[in-house]
Design a protein around this ligand. Structure first.
Ligand code: 5GP
Length: 182
């Protein structure tokens, strides 16, 4: 059966279905299976990066069978007056990470800049291990030297929304992942 999807208008842009919810769930199940295998006998602490991760985190955690903890953080961006670059400050982390097996959950990794920052900040808190689980990876633009152990979908360099991801605040509630129509 050929599925014809109607384009979705969000603000001034049109989007079309790119990955449907069932495919997302199947992919997440495979990822969870791998994590459950890898963490046998351990009890990882999952840390989700808000806001975009909320749907991925919820669906992934339902499939995790090893004993685990879950926490969320936010990255607040601000312009450092002393430098030209954007600084991303980690807020909301209450847990003591020392000796813990941390798994960072992220909705999308693009250049890897954000994850690189986060990775360094979490490493400095001396957990036993830190791994990254991202649902989406823009594989052609990713250029950081950080290990992405669990990757759901490798996608092209096109803006996506839905399943937690927004375009100027809208689209996070969409069940499927949509790609910008050009
Ligand atoms: P990076 O630092 O890896 O270049 O960018 C990561 C962040 O940019 C993500 O956490 C997300 O907030 C945002 N981002 C990158 N690509 C997209 C995209 O296609 N759609 C949306 N909604 N956000 C994106």
């Amino acid at each position: 059966m050929i599925e014809i999807s109607t384009p979705m208008k969000v603000h001034d842009k049109e989007f079309e279905v790119f990955i449907n919810y069932q495919d997302i769930l199947d992919n997440i199940k495979s990822m969870a299976y791998q994590i459950n295998e890898d963490y046998q006998g351990r009890s990882p602490l999952f840390i989700g990066v808000l806001n975009g991760v909320f749907m991925f985190a919820a669906d992934l955690m339902k499939e995790i069978t090893v004993p685990s903890e879950i926490s969320f953080i936010k990255l607040a961006s601000y312009q450092d007056l002393a430098s030209t670059g954007q600084v991303k400050e980690l807020i909301g982390l209450k847990e003591d990470l020392s000796g813990k097996d941390v798994i960072i959950m992220e909705d999308i990794v693009d250049t890897g800049e954000t994850m690189h920052h986060l990775w360094q900040q979490l490493k400095a808190l001396e957990p036993r291990s830190v791994e990254i689980a991202t649902l989406l990876l823009k594989v052609d633009v990713f250029k950081k030297d950080i290990p992405l152990k669990y990757v759901g979908f490798k996608i092209p360099e096109k803006f996506v929304i839905g399943y937690g991801l927004d375009y100027n605040g809208h689209g996070r509630n969409l069940k499927d992942i949509y790609q910008i129509k050009e």
